[in-house]
Design a protein around this ligand. Structure first.
Ligand code: CP3
Length: 340
């Protein structure tokens, strides 16, 4: 039994006493308590792969910041790894894949992840669920196939994503084969997360915004839709960063909540996504402002979403150098200003 199920009720489109709030990347470097755990280890991957410690840092923001949900501490890149492409997390630089996918024959070395893979994530979910003892719901997640595909082709972040985008023109059949393998892996992975205790799921399409609309529909939304159609156990949130033009198509998708980034206008989104709950969308940089400015920006955000079912969040992950005091202040403002 959950003591606080505000976020689940909001996701189902029900009216709530106040707007629930959590932050993308809430479990991470903004918290000195996270850095202390992280610095005692060999690196990021050891933390992700040690269930007791992953559970500990998952719960930290619930206790310290007062958010209305926990999100399991992991990374979207565990899926390519389970498929046979390992990643490294390079200090101060980000993810790096020593081997990437370049040609069709490279796909023969990959496999669809199965239920024996990623048991450390399921174990972390089980421990977290137990330790949360019903305090707040637990969010599971995965990357969208297009975003995972980008990492597997590019080998890391990119300014242009031209290698990944090039393949969509030069060999669309190969691109579709890889996207299909990632989608199958992700469906199995998310279902297992639900079995292990995830109360809701979020799909992160961080690199949605680099595709032209027609390609986005064909090479990304199609696969996200397949994932949503395959899972009806818990509510799903789809966050497609930068893909404001895709909102009409998302209206027909089998997800409950659509995440908005700070470039999207909540009032416009409400007119398009009439049956969905909306999540977002304060500019993460707003948290560098004064408390007075944060309060005003939070009020403006709440006004933009109006009476429409809403889960408050930032428009993308919180930046690591944000003052945790300001993050807590934002969370407190949402709770206070939305109460009725
Ligand atoms: O609190 C949470 O949101 C849960 C944990 C979480 C992490 N990564 C932990 C993490 C989640 C949901 C992710 C998802 C993720 N990972 C995304 C999608 C969300 C988004 O931000 O768009 C992406 C694109 C990745 C890939 C990734 N992982 C990058 C690009 C980086 C490096 C950038 C950076 O912030 O350093 C990571 C590393 C990472 N993942 C960290 C954390 C806490 C920082 C690494 C560290 O502690 O040293």
């Amino acid at each position: 039994m959950l003591k606080n199920d505000l976020i689940l009720r909001a996701a189902r489109g029900e009216q709530t006493e106040r707007t629930p709030v959590w932050l993308m990347r809430q479990a991470g470097r903004i918290l000195p308590e996270y850095r202390a755990v992280r610095n005692s280890l060999s690196g990021f991957k050891e933390l992700v792969e040690t269930p007791e410690l992953a559970a500990e840092v998952t719960i930290q923001p619930v206790d310290i910041l007062g958010v209305d949900a926990a999100i399991i501490f992991s990374d979207i890149l565990v899926i390519p790894e389970a498929m046979g492409l390992t990643y490294e997390m390079v200090e101060k630089k980000g993810p790096h894949f020593p081997k990437t996918i370049e040609k069709a024959s490279d796909l023969d070395k990959l496999r669809v992840a199965d239920s024996n893979d990623l048991s450390y994530v399921y174990e972390a979910l089980k421990i977290t669920k137990k330790e949360l003892a019903g305090k707040v719901p637990l969010i599971g997640f995965a990357g969208a196939p297009w975003t995972i595909f980008s990492y597997m082709i590019e080998g890391g972040g990119s300014k242009t994503f031209s290698k990944a985008r090039r393949l969509l023109y030069s060999d669309p059949a190969m691109a579709e084969r890889l996207l299909d393998m990632i989608t199958q892996s992700t469906i199995g992975y998310l279902k297992k997360q639900v079995e292990a205790g995830a109360d809701m799921l979020q799909i992160f399409d961080s690199w949605a915004g680099v595709l032209p609309p027609e390609h986005y529909s064909r090479f990304s939304l199609k696969y996200i839709s397949r994932i949503c159609d395959s899972i009806d156990e818990v509510p799903i949130t789809v966050f497609a960063k930068g893909a404001w033009w895709a909102l009409p198509e998302m209206a027909n998708m089998n997800c409950r909540t659509v995440g908005l980034d700070w470039n999207m206008n909540a009032a416009d989104a409400r007119k398009i996504l009439t049956t969905k709950t909306l999540q977002g969308n304060l500019d993460p940089c707003a948290l560098y402002g004064s408390e007075e400015a944060i309060r005003k920006a939070t009020q403006n955000m709440l006004d933009d979403f109006g009476d429409h079912p809403h889960i408050a969040n930032l428009g993308h992950g919180v930046y690591p150098d944000t003052d945790p005091g300001k993050v807590k202040y934002f969370i407190d403002c949402v709770k206070e200003l939305s109460a009725h």
